[in-house]
Write a protein that binds this ligand. Sequence first.
Ligand SMILES: Nc1ncnc2c1ncn2[C@@H]1O[C@H](COP(=O)(O)OP(=O)(O)OP(=O)(O)O)[C@@H](O)[C@H]1O
Length: 236
Amino acid sequence: MTVLETTDLTKSFGGLTAVDHLDLTVEENEIVGLIGPNGSGKTTTFNLVTGFYSIDGGTVRLTGSDITSFGTAKRASHGIVRTFQRPKPFGTMTVRENMMVANTPDLSRVEKESRAERILDDIELDHEADSRGKDLSGGQKKLLEIGRALMLDPEIILLDEPAAGVNPALMDDIMDYIRDLHDDGHTFLLIEHDMSIIADLCDRVVVMHNGQKIADGPFEEVRDNEQVRSAYLGGQ
Ligand SMILES: Nc1ncnc2c1ncn2[C@@H]1O[C@H](COP(=O)(O)OP(=O)(O)OP(=O)(O)O)[C@@H](O)[C@H]1O
């Protein structure tokens, strides 16, 4: 099943077309890497898919339903969740309280608490449950963000540079956790500049350049693609 599908997705800022007729699919239980040089349109794509930016043209479908007209909250409740490059937990709230902020109308209070405890246990933040969000390390904040995303029982999780700013030991934990979630059936679209992480985690890689998709396939295949090499070396 196709979980996420964008067709002709387009966004301009003034004269700059940041995302240019992008067709992108993510199948159920895939980890797809979205890569490309700085400014190629990756984060804008996340913002269009999640509804943070309005769309100039094209459609976004989630598990077959057209959600293009939905706002951010409605897309999240339908199953598109994201993490940010720089995580922003509620600093004065505890880790447990941060988890409980998630909007889960289908769960009773007890069910919600039990989901939060299970996820905190899985991401090994249970021992920090009573710590304030602002007191966590950069890597722990990233884990908490993934945990908060999972509270919504999402169809797809968009991860924006999970490795950036994380110490190597905790990065291994984050990658292990993403692999565990993948084994449990979760689906991911992942922006990452660290190619070793892309090679390690991703089933498929989509390469953007100047807002357009220039390659789509297994990492080994796109790595050797001439257009991709030229884009990364600064060619047009
Ligand atoms: N809100 C905005 N207003 C104006 N221009 C923007 C805005 N957001 C992004 N852009 C521009 O759109 C282009 C694509 O930016 P985007 O952040 O999507 O690229 P990226 O591939 O995520 O880059 P990076 O790898 O550096 O994060 C860039 O030229 C950027 O300056």
